[in-house]
Write a protein that binds this ligand. Structure first.
Ligand code: GLN
Ligand code: ZN
Length: 769
């Protein structure tokens, strides 16, 4: 289609950018400061230099309006907590004494004051610090950080737009402070919070900000009528202020739904909407309200959370459709670029013909600028970019990497029966009982044992060529010997090999599967200074050879007790990777599931009678809108069953998830049809056991009796008490005894003592049955 030129030139902008720097300079500077290796001033100088570098790069790339205030030493929600003065009481003194140290104390905790709780930012892998609010919370405005960073960008001669977490999202992300009744609804504080936002907005206006962006991603989730009317009230109020900049209310991570008409009517000056996956829904909703006359629309057409080159022709068409629907249309990514790595051109190990399919933050920025030019001056103005882009997309669509006929034939032939075990659970349970001959209340662990510094050094040595593969594997075998010997001596019933050979539960498999890409510099912030390099599901997935069998077999050769094989499940393999966007995610899941199925079958053939397939991510990738959940759970549970259903009835399939709240996925957990599930339960006093019972969960379960998130060693009596609680919900024939999660982050002394206590607890309680 042809696109008529926009009346005013479209502006190119982004909402946020990776914070760590090309070489993770920020992480290094902050951790150096924590260790006392550099001063606060040095840290501030590094941070300021990184901000300037980012803005200069954005401007040089052609971004017309740069974001400010998106920078953070730790987390932008924590920055918002500071901005509104909602410092928890236990951190007040520290923040008053030294704002920077107090800030890090809130993020990381101190000897005497626990940190704020951390949780996932919507359905991304970024974690924010949860605001703690109560009826006594007093908000006060602290606009200094926002004002200063805005001034820095302006000093470079740039047009800059401060970006703030919006007041409604801020309150919806909060939880009741410790000691406040759990029923307290932070949204009741809205009228107290709005004057503080008004003050910050006035300060930014005084500092010369023409526009300010208020991020309200919480409005793309299902919201109650009360929440929606609170949002309407908030923007009526902020819009009515006289001393204010122009307000751009930004939504991302999906469709606005019922919040769209309400924001369209609000007296604000612009809206930012996600036109990637949510394009059709947002377009329809926008047309239904008659567009945004008199308002600015920032169109998030470039996907801000995947790593793939944009389809520029398609985005330009979307932008063209939007032209008639708002006063002016500007171009952006669908969300902050915080969620993608910095620069695909730095990936020298990825073949150039594949690298051209990738777009990280820098490449996405260039796409946004190109699209803004195309929108302003017509497609002819970007003819060269469009044709290069078409060639990139064509090369991806026809590459043998993305189209492996053998993989495609195999997924196409999958039937519903392939994803079902051949015998119903009761028959399998009987066969497994006869085969495994385990005691009542069998004891086991979740898989990993402490990843000692030694092991990490050995891996680094291997990478650097200081030791060879044989030397490294010798080291791993020694570790397995130790782990097996300890478990035998402690009296555990189902042993594990300890996962010593794994750097990470996803990366380890990604490195061995064809179709996955690893990056050299593709860091993405997970929380604070912790960055991860998610592997990229780039092509059709296949397993050239067994991935874990020899380690499990080696462990099994050392003992007569059953050793549990240990795999990462397909849903988690997708959740902690960048997923391809050129086929339905269900199809990618199915490919991964078939590769893992081969591994499961090979483990069984090698004599493994118990196989655990971990799915800690099953719940965290649950779509934000409940209407989207059934379809997700359908492919997710199918992929798990496809992975695990090729085994004999007497082979016992375990799964593991590490959270205590799974009410909304309990049916899906049942649908996995695993023989045994282990879950986190120690802190919630076996709440999950009661929830499983209330649901009528028919299979075996191991609610954790050892909280592995703490260095504390639970006594045998404490674990026994938890078991007795578990027995009230789950009959002895179906109850397992295990820790909450893997032990890789713990030290050996605590692990030894805790597991010995856990076995003692199981023995004590067995005698009471
Ligand atoms: N088997 C893994 C381990 O023990 C499970 C980790 C997880 O649940 N995140 O480390
Ligand atoms: Zn876990």
């Amino acid at each position: 289609m042809t696109t008529k030129p926009a009346a005013a030139a479209a502006r190119a902008t982004v909402y946020g950018y990776p914070r760590q720097g090309q070489h993770r300079e920020l992480k290094k500077a902050i951790e150096g400061y924590w260790k006392g290796r550099n001063t606060a001033d040095a840290l501030r100088a590094t941070a300021a230099e990184l901000r300037r570098t980012t803005w200069r790069q954005l401007a040089a790339a052609g971004i017309d309006e740069v974001p400010t205030g998106d920078f953070s030493y730790y987390d932008h929600v924590l920055d918002t907590t500071v901005m509104v003065g909602a410092i928890p009481d236990r951190h007040r003194a520290a923040v008053a004494a030294d704002p920077l140290d107090g800030y890090f104390a809130m993020a990381r905790g101190t000897q005497d004051a626990a940190p704020l709780e951390m949780t996932k930012w919507f359905d991304t892998n970024y974690h924010y610090l949860v605001p703690e609010l109560g009826p006594d919370t007093v908000f006060t405005a602290h606009s200094a950080k926002q004002v200063a960073e805005h001034a820095e960008a302006r000093a470079l001669g740039l047009t800059a737009r401060p970006v703030l977490v919006g007041p409604v999202t801020y309150l919806l992300l909060a939880k009741p402070a410790p000691g406040v009744a759990p029923g307290f609804d932070p949204l009741t504080l809205l009228d107290r919070l709005l004057p503080v936002y008004a003050e910050v907005l006035a300060d930014l206006r005084a500092a010369g900000a023409e526009w300010v962006q208020l991020d309200e991603p919480a409005l793309v989730e299902d919201r109650t009528p009360a929440e929606l009317s609170a949002a309407a009230r908030a923007y009526r109020g902020l819009g009515a202020l006289t001393d204010r900049p122009k307000l751009l209310v930004a939504s991302y991570f999906g469709r606005l739904g019922a919040a769209l008409p309400l924001l369209a009517k609000a007296p604000v000056d612009g809206l930012a909407l996600d036109f990637t996956e949510a394009a059709a829904a947002n377009l329809d909703a926008l047309a239904a309200v008659g567009g945004l006359p008199g308002k600015r629309l920032v169109a998030g057409v470039v996907n801000g959370r995947n790593v793939w080159v944009d389809d520029l022709g398609k985005s330009l068409a979307t932008l063209g459709t939007l032209l008639g629907l708002a006063d002016r249309v500007d171009v952006s990514a669908s969300c902050s670029l915080l969620h993608v790595p910095l620069d695909a051109s730095a990936e020298r190990d990825i073949a150039p013909q594949i690298r051209r399919w990738l777009a990280f933050a820098r490449q996405k920025t260039a796409e946004i600028v190109t699209l803004a030019r195309g929108l302003s001056h017509g497609p002819d103005a970007i003819a060269a970019e469009l044709s290069a882009n078409r060639a990139d997309l064509a090369s991806r669509a026809t590459s043998p990497i993305t189209r492996d006929p053998a993989v495609r034939a195999r997924t196409a032939a999958v039937t519903a029966a392939d994803a079902r075990r051949r015998q119903p659970y009761p028959e399998r349970a009987a066969a497994q009982r006869a085969h495994l001959r385990l005691p009542l209340l069998p004891t086991t662990t979740i898989g990993s044992f402490p990843q000692t510094g030694d092991l990490r050094t050995a891996r680094a040595d291997l990478r650097a060529g200081r030791i060879d593969t044989a030397g490294y594997e010798e080291r791993v075998r020694a570790e397995i010997q130790e782990v097996i010997a300890f478990q035998e001596q402690a009296g555990l019933d189902v042993l594990v090999h300890g996962e010593a050979e794994r750097n990470d539960m996803v990366q380890y498999f990604a490195e061995q599967l064809t179709g996955y890409l690893a990056t050299q510099h593709g860091w993405v912030q997970s929380y604070g200074t912790r960055c991860v390099r998610p592997p990229i599901l780039a092509g059709d997935i296949s397993r050239p050879e067994p991935m874990t069998v020899r380690w499990t077999s080696y462990a099994q050769s050392l003992t007569d007790r059953p050793v549990k094989g240990m795999l990462t499940g397909p849903v988690t393999m997708l959740a902690w990777s960048f997923v391809r966007d050129d086929q339905p995610v269900a199809e990618t899941a199915r490919q991964v599931a078939l590769a893992l199925r081969d591994e499961v079958n090979d483990l069984e053939a090698a004599g493994t009678s118990v196989i655990q397939v971990d799915e800690p991510a099953l719940r965290e990738t649950l779509p934000l809108r409940s209407a989207d959940r059934p379809a997700y759970l359908e492919w997710a549970t199918e992929a798990f069953r496809l992975t695990t259903s090729g085994v004999r009835p007497d082979t016992q399939i375990h799964t593991h998830m590490c959270y205590a709240e799974f009410g909304d996925v309990v049916r899906a957990i049942d649908d996995l049809d695993a023989d045994v599930i282990s879950l986190e339960a120690a802190r919630s006093h076996m709440q999950v056991a009661r929830e499983l019972a209330a649901y009528g969960y028919p299979r075996e379960a191991g609610p954790g009796v050892y909280d592995i998130h703490s260095p504390r060693v639970p006594g045998a009596e404490e674990s026994a008490d938890l078991l007795r609680l578990g027995l009230k919900a789950i009959p002895a024939e179906r109850l397992w005894v295990n820790p909450d999660c893997g032990l890789k982050t713990r030290g050996w002394p605590e692990v030894r003592a805790s597991l010995e206590n856990l076995v003692a607890a199981a023995r004590t309680v067995r005698r009471e049955i």
